[in-house]
Design a protein around this ligand. Structure first.
Ligand SMILES: NC(=O)c1ccc[n+]([C@@H]2O[C@H](COP(=O)([O-])OP(=O)(O)OC[C@H]3O[C@@H](n4cnc5c(N)ncnc54)[C@H](O)[C@@H]3O)[C@@H](O)[C@H]2O)c1
Length: 437
């Protein structure tokens, strides 16, 4: 795409379909309802609070992003979703235990109206969970068809003009790309044959993309990042983003690591451990689901520090990541990082980070932004991987043969430059010679 795209106007409602009505989803849904009602502010959301500088620094043009590009208003969002449990969004919010009861009571009616559709689920991929609200198709193709029916029904019943679908379900077991993922034909055959290489999340991704609906993955498991589904996304004009929301400890890592590298400080070791007690923590207590998360968390430092370019600074880096399930903490995660660094003449130093964060409070604005930006991309005719949304993810999807960009500030520049490009504004390079010539 060389010229700015034509962006279709925003009209009618945007349906946001979330797979898994757990902590992240319900905090997103409840948050949007609360903001709509003027009960709270959308803190952490770029689409709601962020600005974008246009033109020269002397021009004083920095509109809000939502006033610069045509985004769906929060009042025009309608939520739906699937879960293996039958609890409505109010009950699920109470189980998640993230938001205060006093707030939930004020938006109770809106939350109670959101009842999960029955899920495509197989314990083979999430060993620590089981629930009653599950579809019973003869094979995965039939299950995908049932999801497509759900999607169409939701759109009609809610009078939605457009839809996006985001996997906010549990982290599935570790899978790598294999033969059934290599082409759309092989994938569709594998759906029919109930191939174990297709986890539940891929069935949802397939259903969404087949309908031409934007799809994002908030979790680290393999879903749309396979040739078969990327090909389908191109064919149906669906934008795709993922994966694994960049919150908590990895968010901190992508803040600190570029700073150390910028000043050419060496890193000998980076030990990260955290405790969390929500359902996500329980699922990640299973070694196979943890492996998926571990891979997603560990690659970040390699890409940011580039040991191939700076072997004497980063080649020997020992990077360890631990997650411990500790129920008393619920959704309030605590992370510790011990970073062994070295400076001038090799003298050692240490950096300790203790982040007492709230997982879903950090994740909810990201889910909202990704939904609104994916809808924008769809209206702008931008199909396939949306690398400009890397800003939000731990393992950003990228074209084959490229390495992912993990540095948060490069990612933010890429995101804002994409918005400028979409609106035909000059890109900002920060060269700034013109102020001195
Ligand atoms: N909270 C964060 O900061 C954060 C950051 C990065 C990634 N994530 C990922 O986001 C996902 C959601 O996190 P959470 O804290 O909401 O977890 P959660 O356990 O509270 O919610 C997940 C929900 O998904 C449901 N589910 C599982 N498999 C399903 C299926 N096949 N179909 C429908 N529903 C299904 C579960 O029943 C559960 O209600 C997890 O994979 C987590 O690793 C969260």
């Amino acid at each position: 795409m060389k010229n700015p795209p034509k962006i279709a106007e925003v009209k009618g409602k945007l349906g946001v379909l979330l797979v898994g009505l757990g902590a992240v989803s319900t905090t997103t849904i409840a948050g949007v309802q609360a903001v709509r009602r003027g009960l709270a502010r959308p803190i952490g959301s770029l689409t709601q609070m962020g600005t974008v500088r246009l033109g020269k620094r002397t021009e004083g043009r920095s509109p809000r992003i939502k006033d610069f590009v045509p985004l769906t208003s929060l009042d025009d969002i309608v939520f739906g979703g699937w879960d293996i449990f039958e609890d409505n969004a109010y009950e699920a919010s109470k189980t998640a235990g993230v938001l205060d009861e006093a707030l939930l009571e004020q938006i109770r009616a809106e939350l109670e109206a959101i009842k999960p559709m029955s899920a495509v689920f197989d314990r083979r991929y999430v060993k620590r969970l089981d629930g009653p609200n599950v579809k019973k198709g003869a094979n995965k193709r039939e299950l995908a068809d049932e999801l497509r029916d759900d999607i169409r029904r939701f759109k009609e019943q809610n009078n939605a003009d457009r839809l996006v679908l985001i996997w906010c379900g549990s982290t599935e077991v570790y899978l790598t790309e294999s033969e059934p993922h290599a082409s759309l034909a092989a994938f569709e055959k594998a759906l029919e044959a109930n191939d174990p290489a297709i986890p539940s999340s891929m069935v949802y991704a397939y259903a969404a993309l087949k309908e031409g609906i934007p799809y994002a993955n908030a979790a680290p498991n393999l879903t749309a990042d396979i040739p078969a589904l990327l090909d389908l996304a191109q064919k149906t004009g669906a934008p795709v983003a993922g994966k694994d929301l960049k919150t908590g400890q990895t968010y901190m890592k992508t803040l600190v690591a570029p700073g150390l590298k910028a000043r050419l400080l060496g890193v000998e070791g980076w030990y990260s451990t955290n405790i969390l007690g929500n359902r996500d923590g329980e699922v990640l207590d299973d070694p196979e689901s943890f492996k998926t998360k571990e891979e997603s968390k560990k690659s970040v430092l390699d890409y940011i520090l580039q040991p191939n370019l700076y072997p004497e600074l980063y080649e020997k880096l020992c990077h360890v990541v631990r997650i411990n399930y500790y129920p008393p903490r619920g959704d309030n995660k605590e992370g510790w990082d011990n970073i062994d660094i070295f400076g001038w003449l090799g003298y050692p130093m240490q950096l300790k980070i203790n982040f007492l964060c709230r997982d879903s409070i950090l994740a909810a604005p990201i889910v909202l932004d990704v939904a609104l930006f994916l809808d924008l991309a769809k209206r702008a005719g931008m199909a396939g991987i949306q690398e400009w949304l890397s800003f939000y993810f731990k393992s950003p999807m990228h074209a084959a043969g490229l390495y992912p960009e993990h540095d948060l500030f490069i990612q933010l520049m890429k995101l804002k430059n994409t918005l400028r490009f979409m609106k035909g504004e000059d890109l900002i390079t920060h060269l700034g010679r013109e102020y001195y010539d």
